[in-house]
Design a protein around this ligand. Structure first.
Ligand SMILES: NC(=O)c1ccc[n+]([C@@H]2O[C@H](COP(=O)([O-])OP(=O)(O)OC[C@H]3O[C@@H](n4cnc5c(N)ncnc54)[C@H](OP(=O)(O)O)[C@@H]3O)[C@@H](O)[C@H]2O)c1
Length: 933
């Protein structure tokens, strides 16, 4: 919910801390009257910046606390006239005005106001309307607003009860129950099992059919057993070390006033981008153990050492889903407690607690001495597809009729077939790449967009190399180190060329790449697809799969304009061909057409629209300002160009008008944008958009735009998920856009343009297409939709237009989404670095190549050794539990004199070791029998 973009100029705080200085002015237009979510994010960031100004770990203080409270009160008074502020003020109060200013106890007035305001925000955003489509319910974060309203009322009620204010307690708890009952009547929550406000949790949104409760049995979670025997001395020392406070400040997420008194509750995070954090330096054994665990292999997972001092408390909150938490007491203190949902727990040394922190949760220490120190490990939810093999018989299926928030179907825990070897051969063998063996007329160094050129050729080689590396890695083949060195040289050469092209470097890189493939082709040709259990990646959007018509799925822009999510692109369609294609698209029910000044086909589109006789208001018409935006015409011509576009399209307004690219900047861009805004003021344009903008450009525009763009049209294909050239931001453009209330429309989803790889032929895509029995084009467009990205495929024939629109009668599972998401990492990663940084490492490209022990040979597949008589087993027969890697299994076998064979189950990570293996039995779970040499 936080964003780094708020103009800091607004925060010009002087040491005198005058309150006028943090008021939202002088940019009142930063407020939206329709997008209350964007307002919330802006106010949150503003308050957060102010709250932490002058804060230091060694001298924690929040001298601005009273200023913030007064500012919040000012905003509170504005809400009746401006209900779009209700959410912002409610969450501002939750984050920054939970405790009284002297930090003693809950500020009950402030919390009551926050609860009432959340109720108001629910009405404002229509989250209480039973007819709100579930995807809109989700987009407006209704599923978070309701639980927060319940949290605020119920915790306020509890506070009154603890102060023996029985009447207030009864009234407030009744409000909590009434809010809960109203929420439960919404179709989104229909048939849900929750009975009371304290049953609310977020994990159930992901896995409704799993058994849910605030506290889990330890025996259900193998990692809990292992953590129970973790040596704790280094954690104890870290908790006592003065560095703890500094580390906690460094790593804290700085969420605002989340605990009191200052410093009484502190956490030190062990996992940053990786497990090499400064905190890990003080707790190397803990980090090295946790870093190998598959239970922490998903985005939500992390680990922290948490310290609670006497008299301290952490206010009620929800944890992010899907995840579970394991709490390992390191020091135990009398009086330290926590509540999770309706359960209250105390801590005992040696007893690991397993809980679901997505229930309402808080911690407190009523004792007067002794610190509570706990290692808190947040793990992937056992029902996540990547985790299922670790947990044996666990019920996770999603029953029909339950609310299905994340759209992906509950695919069984089967491994995905990932054809790295075939993809490596395919990419390296593309005819267009062959034309780029050397720089020539066929492969000119002038790398204007599209077609064979050195840059796109090296991009393609990088994809081939990463697929090759993955094929080697997942085959567990015994790889000659020289091969790995050569691959590394090619990839290093590619990166250096892409950074600073130098033509003489080019041929040596491609020649070495060709030699590697020449040598490995026979091996690659024999490799089957790797069987991988893929971790879940981003959360999917709920996209219907009930066969409804393509025009009926709409994404709502944040200014309220509805945009059909499946449109039609018209680039390179000209004259009669364009007229016919657009006519066919309209006949097939498509109600969203995309064009541009540069396409020179607006007149044909206008004619098709008029003759199709579809009412104008039923069609969503998007076009682009090309020449002005690209600096090819003076800004004063925008009006004239726009008027020509309207005339050609035979309409008097556009649904979206966008800048075709960020061609101009600074003053010039501001002038162009003012002209665009004027078109909105005049009622000629319903929504403004931009195209081909990266995060920096969006931020620049955001800083001055009075009317913010609500629409972003960028490249969105499996290899380039938002940007033609990968930027350096740790956030993807899509995330940035969605966090700022913009809807993204993806272009060139199936085209090779402007690079060389044709996604429709990619073996990875063909594999998923064959799994779901749909065409590659349908799979790729559906993939974009499930990311919340609208699509505008262009096609020339009726058959293809029909095919491309048939996207609402099937869905991609989490695993298939992850497989397609991972293609960006195969496209962008270098030898030593998984890229894009924001994309999950589903194929393990960021991990060092495992050194497979040379002393084992693969003897058989899908076979296991018989386990009788008992003497055939090695002294240590099993590594215990699943989730291990082959190299751990081999090392364990090597460490035993009597281990001659091992069976490793690739899908579950179980490892069994034998003295002898004279008889075998068929086995599932990807069993591989290895013989020690
Ligand atoms: N804002 C920008 O800068 C920008 C840039 C590029 C594109 N766009 C917009 O986005 C739209 C889509 O992008 P795009 O045109 O580059 O690429 P695309 O829609 O991803 O791909 C179009 C190509 O795929 C072929 N095709 C279509 N359906 C197919 C199918 N079912 N099976 C096999 N091939 C199929 C088409 O061939 P046929 O035509 O021969 O059927 C055409 O060659 C454009 O038309 C334009 O409106 C915007």
């Amino acid at each position: 919910m936080r964003m780094p973009w708020l103009p800091l100029a607004l925060l010009a705080l002087s040491p005198s801390l005058g309150r006028a200085q943090i008021t939202w002015a002088p940019q009142p237009m930063s407020l939206s009257d329709s997008d209350d979510f964007a307002n919330q994010q802006r106010l949150y960031e503003l308050l957060r910046q102010a709250y932490f100004t002058d804060y230091e770990a060694a001298r924690p203080s929040h001298r601005l606390q009273h200023v913030l409270s007064e500012e919040l009160s000012d905003f509170y008074r504005k809400v009746p006239a401006r209900p779009s502020l209700a959410l912002a003020v409610a969450m501002g109060k939750y984050h920054f005005a939970w405790y009284q200013q002297d930090g003693k106890e809950m500020d009950v007035h402030s919390v009551r106001e926050a609860a009432e305001l959340l109720g108001l925000s629910i009405q404002f955003s229509q989250c209480d309307r039973p007819d709100l489509p579930s995807e809109v319910f989700f987009q407006r974060m209704c599923h978070a607003r309701w639980p927060y309203a319940i949290l605020l009322f119920s915790e306020l009620g509890r506070e009154f009860a603890s102060r023996y204010l029985t009447e207030e307690a009864a009234d407030t708890l009744e409000r909590a129950v009434a809010t809960f009952e109203t929420m439960k009547r919404l179709p989104y929550y229909a048939n849900g099992p929750w009975q009371s406000p304290y049953d609310v949790n977020f994990n159930e949104e992901f896995f409704p059919a799993a058994a849910h409760g605030p506290v889990w049995e330890k025996a259900q979670v193998p990692l809990a057993e292992l953590l129970g025997s973790l040596p704790l001395e280094e954690l104890r020392q870290l908790g006592e070390d003065p560095v703890f406070d500094a580390l906690s400040f460094e790593h804290s997420r700085l969420e605002g006033q989340d605990s009191w008194p200052e410093g009484a509750w502190r956490a030190v995070e062990f996992k940053g981008k990786d497990w090499q954090t400064r905190a890990c330096h003080f707790a190397p054994r803990t980090c090295s153990f946790l870093s190998t665990r598959p239970e922490l292999g998903c985005p939500n997972a992390h680990a922290a050492l948490v310290r609670l001092r006497p008299g301290g408390r952490l206010k009620p909150h929800f944890g992010a889903a899907p995840a579970l938490q394991l709490h390992v007491p390191v020091l135990e203190a009398l009086g330290a407690r926590m509540s999770v949902g309706n359960r209250t727990l105390s801590f005992k040394l040696g007893e690991v607690l397993v809980l679901d922190g997505t229930f309402i949760r808080q911690e407190w220490h009523n004792g007067v001495r002794g610190e509570q120190l706990v290692l808190k490990v947040t793990i992937c939810h056992p029902c996540e597809e990547s985790q299922r093999p670790l947990y044996g018989a666990l019920t996770c299926a999603r029953p029909s009729g339950q609310r299905a928030l994340a759209s992906a179907a509950p695919a069984p825990a089967a491994a995905a077939s990932v054809p790295f070897a075939a993809a490596a051969l395919w990419a390296a063998g593309l005819p267009e790449l062959a034309r780029c063996s050397a720089i020539s007329e066929q492969c000119p160094p002038d790398s204007q967009h599209g077609g064979p050129n050195p840059l796109s050729a090296l991009n393609t080689w990088n994809y081939a190399m990463n697929n090759l590396r993955a094929a080697l890695r997942h085959s567990a083949a015994n790889v000659d180190p020289e091969v790995m060195t050569a691959i590394g040289q090619v990839q290093a050469g590619i990166q250096s060329f892409l950074g600073a092209p130098s033509l003489e470097q080019y041929a040596p890189i491609t020649q070495l790449a060709e030699q590697i493939f020449e040598a490995l082709r026979p091996w690659l040709q024999q490799q089957p697809p790797a069987a991988l259990v893929l971790p879940r990646t981003r959360r999917s959007f709920a996209v219907p799969a009930d066969g409804r018509s393509p025009g009926s799925l709409a994404f709502r822009l944040s200014n309220g304009v509805e945009m059909p999510a499946i449109g039609f692109g018209t680039w390179k369609l000209e004259g009669q061909a364009c007229y016919e294609a657009v006519t066919a698209a309209l006949r097939l029910g498509i109600r969203h057409i995309d064009t541009a000044e540069a396409y020179q086909n607006e007149a044909e589109i206008g004619r098709a629209l008029r003759e199709a006789q579809v009412p104008r208001e039923e069609v969503f018409l998007a076009t682009k300002a090309t020449s002005v935006a690209l600096g090819m015409a003076e800004t004063q011509y925008l009006d004239a160009i726009f008027a020509n576009q309207l005339q050609a399209l035979q309409t008097d307004y556009l649904d979206v008008y966008m800048l075709h690219a960020a061609g101009v900047s600074g003053e010039k861009l501001q002038e162009v944008w003012r002209n665009m805004e004027r078109l909105v003021d005049l009622g000629r344009v319903r929504a403004l958009g931009v195209s081909n903008f990266g995060i920096e450009e969006l931020e620049a525009l955001w800083a001055f735009a009075r009317v913010k763009p609500v629409y972003l049209q960028n490249i969105f294909k499996v290899y380039k998920q938002g940007e033609q050239i990968l930027g350096k931001s740790p956030l993807s453009v899509l995330d940035w856009a969605q966090e700022h209330g913009m809807v993204m429309v993806g272009y060139s989803t199936i085209n090779s343009w402007p690079h060389l790889l044709p996604p429709l032929e990619d073996p990875h895509v063909l594999q998923v297409a064959s799994d779901v029995q749909r065409t590659p084009s349908q799979v790729l467009h559906r993939w974009a939709l499930q990311h919340g990205v609208a699509v505008i495929p262009k096609a020339s024939s009726v058959e293809r237009i029909r095919e491309n629109a048939a996207l609402l009668d099937f869905e991609l599972s989490e695993s298939q989404m992850a497989q397609l998401d991972g293609l960006a990492t195969l496209s962008e990663s270098t030898e030593g670095e998984k890229r894009p940084s924001w994309r999950e490492d589903v194929f393990g490209l960021g991990q060092p190549a495992p050194a497979v022990a040379a002393s084992f040979v693969e003897a058989m597949r899908d076979q296991q050794c018989i386990r009788q008589p008992e003497e055939v087993k090695a002294t240590h027969f099993t590594l215990g539990g699943g989730g291990h890697m082959i190299e751990h299994c081999q090392k364990a076998c090597e460490a035993q004199a009597d281990c001659g064979f091992l069976v490793f189950y690739e899908q579950t990570g179980f490892c069994h070791m034998f003295r002898s293996c004279q008889q075998q039995l068929p086995a599932s779970d990807g069993a591989v029998l290895w013989a020690r040499q």
